[in-house]
Design a protein. Structure first.
Ligand SMILES: NC(=O)c1ccc[n+]([C@@H]2O[C@H](COP(=O)([O-])OP(=O)(O)OC[C@H]3O[C@@H](n4cnc5c(N)ncnc54)[C@H](O)[C@@H]3O)[C@@H](O)[C@H]2O)c1
Ligand SMILES: [Zn+2]
Length: 377
């Protein structure tokens, strides 16, 4: 059955202009994967390659392929194993070789159908093969729809660290179908909501309040809520990226709210113990408490953020970090690439919807903030 009640019209999409590359549109809607063929065809494309991961290749990968074939675009399909380990140079090299075997040229459209792993890897391979192929981002996880598919950061991991090799490569278009979120495991879905709360905290008090008012239906993945949530998050990320695509002015750094803590939590807990969004939720709690201890904001801000995260099912405290010495957190945070000269620097809110960058903070206050999220079992 095909339903189109909340179908998004083409002119209903978010337009963005990258100062470095060309402008493109972000389409958000329900059951719009079926219409992707028409969008790609508008670009005079006759040939396409759909890259997805093995767990969604038969579902969303197939829907996209059928839609392209319905408008007479010739399609080849490539898959990668699911999971973060696929964001590797080995997998990139395999895709480069597949592209060569298929004799892909610059007129071929590449479609990255999947979560952030597929998007980051495929975007990077497209950016580098033949000095750049056009890529469409077709995000199918919440993380990808509200974050990774927007902004043009692509790349792979090295043994020495995440995302160490990559390129800025803006897509031809982004197609985010909220219908794909139905099949996401609950923990993955909830984890993605952390970045959404982040957008409200750093940029948009009205959106934060909308999240508070609709937390139950968001938790239940109701379509109207999802549609607004993904659209507004995409707009907010776009707003930031348009003004600071390559992290020059410092604006893009506001997206790092909660993340300096989160990276330290992810590393100390051991990769895989906490999902990224769970670590971000904990990181935002440490950050908002740090802001409170610096007198930047009222207690009500701390309470509202905590309440919203909890209602959405995100952690605000955890026993998994209990046994870790506070010095370990500080050492890891000092190594964070956003740190300048060992001086810890944090993006901290001064009210809901606004952040500042604060540095030269007393380390004692930082460790006290961390202790507040380390719960006993
Ligand atoms: N480029 C950026 O700006 C940016 C921003 C944030 C995150 N990232 C990157 O994104 C990656 C994380 O992305 P992710 O959370 O989407 O992980 P992911 O791509 O690994 O997807 C998570 C899991 O969900 C499965 N999946 C995908 N779509 C599904 C669906 N509709 N239904 C059911 N299962 C589905 C995948 O097969 C995978 O097993 C990380 O590598 C991170 O570094 C990049
Ligand atoms: Zn993040």
């Amino acid at each position: 059955m095909k339903r189109h009640e909340i179908h998004v019209r083409l002119d209903d999409s978010i337009a963005t202009t990258s100062p470095v590359s060309r402008s493109y549109k972000i389409h958000v809607g329900d059951e719009i994967l079926q219409d992707i063929g028409a969008l790609v065809q508008n670009d005079n494309v006759q040939r396409a390659v759909v890259v997805s991961d093995q767990s969604i290749n038969e579902s969303h990968g197939r829907t996209v392929t059928r839609s392209l074939e319905a408008v007479s675009i010739t399609v080849d399909r490539l898959t990668i194993p699911p999971g973060e380990t696929s964001k590797s140079l080995t997998e990139a090299e395999r895709l480069w070789n597949e592209f060569a075997r298929l004799e892909i040229d610059r007129k071929t459209a590449i479609l990255a159908v999947g979560g952030g792993v597929v998007g980051d890897l495929t975007g990077f391979v497209a950016a580098t093969f033949s000095r750049g192929l056009q890529v469409w981002q077709v995000p199918t996880t919440l993380v990808a729809q509200v974050d990774s598919a927007i902004g043009g950061k692509t790349g792979v991991n090295l043994p020495a660290g995440k995302n160490l090799v990559g390129a800025f490569w803006q897509p031809r278009g982004v197609v985010a179908d909220i219908n794909t979120l139905k099949s996401l495991p609950d923990r993955e879905y909830v984890s993605g909501l952390a970045e959404v709360v982040k957008y409200g905290m750093i940029l948009d008090a009205d959106f934060f309040q909308w999240l508070e008012n609709n937390a139950i239906s968001i938790r239940g993945r109701e379509k109207e809520s999802l549609n607004h949530l993904v659209r507004r998050s995409a707009e907010l990320k776009t707003f930031v990226v348009e003004r600071d695509e390559r992290e020059v002015t410092g604006l893009r750094a506001c997206l790092n709210y909660g993340h300096t803590f989160a990276h330290a939590f992810e590393t100390t807990a051991g990769y895989g113990t906490l999902l990224h969004g769970e670590a971000v939720s904990l990181g935002m709690m440490a950050a908002v408490r740090l802001a409170y201890s610096l007198d930047l904001l009222d207690q009500t801000v701390v309470e509202r953020q905590q309440q919203l995260l909890e209602t959405l099912g995100l952690p605000v405290g955890t026993p998994v970090l209990n046994d870790i010495a506070t010095d370990d957190f500080l050492r890891i945070m000092a190594r964070d690439k956003k740190t300048v000269g060992g001086n810890l620097r944090f993006v901290l809110p001064d009210k809901i919807g606004h952040v500042e960058i604060i540095d030269h903070i007393d380390h004692m206050l930082v460790t006290s903030a961390i202790k507040t999220i380390c719960y006993a079992n």
